[in-house]
Design a protein around this ligand. Structure first.
Ligand code: NDP
Length: 331
């Protein structure tokens, strides 16, 4: 997405910089913009198939449970609306990625581009971390080589390329079944490959997938290698019960095995739990006064667009009160 509404010089100190542009970051932008804090949003760059400005909804299909959309809405369309709404209230949105932050003193320092540059690109009185989470990959041979060449983490982006082809979806959660159902519109067949004999997905998704004539299941099976040189030609798999190995004859594979938080930027500076999610509370406060976190980067329990948006609103209100208290300290 192009930069829009860019007015400030990079070296200016901003009241609030928001890192991330999913439902959490853009809701924080809408609220802080309406509070006249002129937020600067670093929305990220489309650096990989799993890491997109706009967050995970850019990689999803139909969102049926976001309140207010009676007939559902496509994820990318919903995020485009969030973005336009933030711009309408004067948020600046830059299609850049933060490469380093220094939260040891205020104003906080944020680098874009060369992290070794002596001076930061931006300074901020308050920082909202809304960097979200991204797809976990299988970490098997062939994966790096074939990502984008038959292997994908995004059915919406790539489903079209698999018209009338046999494909596999790896995973047993809601994401895997959602992808499988969406992909059944294109593919000749969809094989869900799951490492256990029981799905983790919700009952309604299980019922839908099982009723779909194009979808079948391969239980107790792990992928050991993604096969192919320049394009995916199959999956080498192992049955975890019998130990038997075989090759699945598919021409596409979608990995949907969960997500990991995007917190490496804050390592050693913000408290994290053992899975790497930021620890917040009370509200969206992190351990560093003036730094607030919202959305999936600090939530591995609910992980919904609506809860992310709700926590983005909370972060904005927390920022507003924090800055206000600084300007008008209680006597
Ligand atoms: P989940 O963590 O729910 O599921 C991940 C799946 O991948 C599990 O079945 C897990 O297996 C499997 N898995 C994990 N690691 C590996 C691995 N290394 N190799 C093979 N398989 C692996 O993630 P989801 O992304 O599916 O869902 C996340 C959250 O988002 C959930 O709360 C879900 O309900 C929600 N969601 C809701 C949707 C909706 O309502 N429409 C759509 C998508 C997501 P195992 O079961 O053995 O642990």
């Amino acid at each position: 997405m192009p930069n829009e509404n860019v007015t400030n010089a990079p070296e200016a100190t901003h009241d609030v910089v928001i890192v991330g542009s999913g439902p959490a970051g853009l809701t924080a932008a809408i609220y802080t913009a309406r509070a006249d804090l002129r937020p600067l949003v670093l929305e990220g760059e489309p650096s990989s198939t799993t890491d997109q400005p706009g967050g995970q909804l850019m990689l999803t299909t139909e969102v049926e449970n976001f309140p207010g959309f009676v007939d559902g809405v496509m994820g990318p369309e919903l995020m485009a609306s969030f973005r336009k709404q933030a711009l309408r209230f004067g948020a600046e949105i830059l299609t850049v990625k933060a490469t380093k932050v220094d939260l040891s003193a205020r104003p906080f320092r944020i680098w874009v581009g060369d992290p070794d540059a002596p001076e930061p690109t931006y300074r901020a009185r308050a920082l909202v971390v809304a960097t979200g989470a991204q797809s976990i990959l299988l970490e098997v041979p062939g994966e790096d080589r074939l990502l984008g060449h038959g292997l994908s983490t995004c059915a919406t982006c790539d489903g079209f390329f698999f018209r009338d082809k046999p494909i596999a979806v790896v995973g047993g959660g809601d994401s895997a079944l959602e992808e499988a159902i969406f992909l059944s519109k294109f593919a000749s067949s969809v094989l869900v490959v799951h490492r256990r004999s029981e799905l983790r997905a919700s009952k309604i998704m299980q019922d839908r997938a099982m009723a779909n004539p194009k979808i079948s299941f391969r239980w107790n099976t792990v992928v050991e290698e993604v096969l192919g040189e320049s394009t995916l030609v199959g999956l080498a798999v192992r049955d975890t019960v019998t130990g038997e190995t075989s090759v699945l004859d598919v021409q596409g594979c979608f990995v949907a095995i969960g997500h990991a938080p995007n917190t490496s930027l804050f390592a050693g500076q913000l408290s994290m739990d053992e899975a790497g999610y930021l620890v917040t509370g009370p509200g969206t406060a992190t351990g560093v006064p003036g730094v607030f976190a919202c959305g999936d980067v600090q939530d591995h329990v609910y992980r919904q667009a609506i809860t992310a948006a709700g926590s983005g609103c909370m972060a904005a209100i927390d920022v507003e009160r924090y800055l206000e208290a600084e300007h008008h300290p209680a006597t």
